[in-house]
Design a protein around this ligand. Structure first.
Ligand SMILES: C[S@@+](CC[C@H](N)C(=O)[O-])C[C@H]1O[C@@H](n2cnc3c(N)ncnc32)[C@H](O)[C@@H]1O
Length: 352
């Protein structure tokens, strides 16, 4: 049997019990035979995640990093090493923690799309935002393919009226995005207390890089400070502005389109999400349907993704052929860096 990415969807659909039974058996046998070779996964259904989990558990063995760029508020996030260290104790229903460890891979197409670490183009976009002075006040923002969610978190801290976070993997959303948002929601008055400043605890070291005060890494205490455990989500006004989604873009779009009113975003961030050309149609459709008239899509990307095949040139060509968006370069990395930040906007302002 040849490998089929979406083997969960049968060629012939049937509603009979026998048909379902057969499908289940096919799925089981396909899963068995494909298991050790290539990933064989159904398209991930979108779902919304409510940030109700116990923060103490989520921040278990947390090692946090802080990004501090110029005048931007500091952004805190869990270092990905925590997932390696505590994989066996974590819920891993998607088996992405074990599989990425086994395969030593940052990305397993259709299984794990790379959200557990912060990818470098995110920093490029943060720096650009810092230079441009965008404040996000009162805006509806989507961090599409958010991973750690730093871009959405920045918008949240800078006054966005709502921020929605989407990642392919539910494990990423539950165990990284949500905890990071929670860390940042409490950070101003807790993690960055004056005491900490004096003692030099809980802060990252600011490094001068490319003329910009950039990030920072610092290991925090192995155990999270007690105050982090006491967080009351219902009392978090910033968190109340957030929603969290996992799943494939096609199913995410279908899910939010059912809402009344359907969400439209003034700003969509998407960083390092165009590495796979097979995803371009659903990505483009998602941007098309969810961007508000007059809205902006900020895309941060490498020129080319070796081994996966996508990249900016191919995406630009795709966008041009569709004829929906104009695309302008906001920043092109110096020679050798091959990284870019571009902005997409509707060619013709839409009324709806
Ligand atoms: C390489 S990671 C980048 C994560 C983050 N934006 C960053 O820059 O650190 C790519 C992200 O794109 C998202 N993604 C890729 N393909 C997707 C798809 N077909 N459907 C939904 N999300 C997808 C995943 O959520 C994944 O986290």
């Amino acid at each position: 049997m040849s490998f089929c990415f979406n083997f969960d969807v049968p060629a012939e659909t049937t509603n009979s019990a026998d048909g379902n039974e057969l499908r289940n058996r096919e799925k089981q046998s396909a899963a068995k035979s494909e298991d050790d070779t290539k990933p064989a996964e159904p398209v991930k259904e979108a779902k919304e995640h409510l940030p109700l989990s116990d923060p103490q558990l989520l921040l278990m063995d947390a090692v946090t990093e802080t990004v501090a760029i110029g005048t931007l508020p500091p952004l805190h996030f869990l270092n990905e090493t925590v997932f390696e260290k505590t994989a066996s104790e974590r819920e891993d229903g998607e088996r992405i923690l074990s599989r990425t460890a086994e395969q030593r891979s940052d990305l397993i197409s259709g299984v794990y799309e790379g959200g557990l670490k912060v990818w470098e183009c995110t920093y490029d976009l943060l720096e650009l935002i810092e230079k441009d002075g965008e404040t996000f006040g009162g805006k509806a923002v989507l961090d599409l393919g958010c991973g750690a969610g730093l871009l959405g978190i920045l918008a949240l801290k800078r006054g966005a009226k709502q921020v929605h976070f989407q990642d392919y993997n539910s494990t990423v959303v539950e165990q990284l995005t949500v905890p990071n948002v929670m860390l940042n929601c409490q950070e101003d008055d807790e993690v960055d207390s004056e005491d900490d400043k004096e003692e030099g605890r809980g802060k990252g070291k600011i490094q001068e890089e490319d003329g910009c005060k950039k990030k920072v890494k610092e290991k925090q205490d192995e155990n999270p400070p007690p105050k982090k455990r006491a967080v009351d989500l219902s009392q978090q006004p910033l968190l109340a502005k957030c929603r969290f989604f996992s799943g494939d873009w096609s199913t995410f779009l279908a899910l939010v389109k059912k809402e009344d009113p359907q969400p439209k975003y003034d700003i969509i961030f998407t960083s390092e999400t165009i590495y796979n050309t097979a995803y371009y149609p659903t990505l483009h459709e998602t941007l098309h349907k969810l961007l508000a008239p007059g809205g902006l899509v900020y895309l941060a990307t490498k020129s080319h993704y070796f081994g996966v095949g996508g990249g900016l040139h191919l995406f630009e060509t795709f966008v041009e052929q569709r004829g929906i968006f104009s695309l302008d370069h906001l920043w092109d990395g110096e020679e050798g860096l091959q990284r870019h930040v571009v902005v997409l906007r509707f060619k013709v302002a839409k009324d709806t």
